[in-house]
Design a protein around this ligand. Structure first.
Ligand code: URA
Length: 233
């Protein structure tokens, strides 16, 4: 149960002050009856605004096809970000919608977004070892020796003390590969290839856990059930 004014403000409808005015104006009902006391408490599923149920009152989990050129940070100094793709109301939610892990500005592909901080912690924790599949295009032909090296669990990246966890590399064509990681270090795919003299020219994340990007167009998202990661990930 939450206060009505807080509920509306936290779901991004308006400021708390505006919520109080909306409630006093009779725009909000609880179980079908107008409730004009903004301090009244109600369960989100019982509340309607202007006759419509609340917008995702229990949380959001989205699978976005991140286009190249957008940052995953909320910090405006890093330029345009993925949150600008979402409806304005979702951008105003509190707790805020954030990405589960990050992709570089120059990387495209599958990015999960949620307002569930527990999910962010669980899926980004190295202990959880969620497999992530990346498709990389590199600047020169890839030698087959990279496969056992990346799988060995001994590859040490510059300025790091612990070697990369074993990673599965599939060479798809001379300059294209699919790399599956179970960790998420800073610029990890680019740095793993760079450590062997290969520049990554294009990078796309195709899978995260059991979710696939499929043919979702860049810039579009689809909603996932909030319990999508309760099993099988
Ligand atoms: N590895 C990278 O180098 N960049 C990403 O965005 C993700 C993984």
């Amino acid at each position: 149960m939450r206060r009505l004014d807080q509920l509306l403000a936290n779901l991004g409808y308006c400021s708390r002050r505006e919520a109080r005015a909306w409630i006093q104006a009779g725009r909000v009902t609880v179980r079908g009856k107008v409730e004009d006391d903004f301090g009244a408490k109600a369960g989100p599923a019982d509340v309607q605004v202007d006759g419509a149920p609340l917008d995702h009152p229990t949380g959001l989990l989205l699978l976005l096809h991140k286009p190249v050129g957008l940052a995953c940070s909320h910090d405006a100094r890093e330029g345009p970000n993925v949150y600008g793709l979402l409806p304005p109301r979702w951008r105003e939610r509190n707790p805020p919608v954030t990405s589960i892990g990050r992709l570089d500005k120059d990387t495209s592909g599958l990015l999960l977004l949620t307002d569930q901080s527990e999910l962010v912690h669980r899926l980004t924790s190295p202990r959880h070892k969620v497999p992530k599949v990346y498709r990389a295009t590199v600047g020169a032909d890839l030698p087959a020796e990279l496969i056992p090296l990346f799988a060995s669990g001994t590859l040490l990246l510059k300025d790091e003390k612990a070697p990369c966890a074993p990673a599965d590399l599939k060479i798809i064509s001379p300059r294209e590969a699919e790399l599956t990681l179970t960790e998420g270090r800073y610029h990890q795919v680019r740095r793993m290839f760079a450590s062997q003299g290969h520049e990554v020219l294009a990078l796309l994340r195709a899978k995260f856990g059991h979710f696939e990007l499929g043919d979702l167009p860049a810039g579009r998202w689809r909603e996932l059930p909030l319990d999508a990661f309760n099993s099988n990930s």
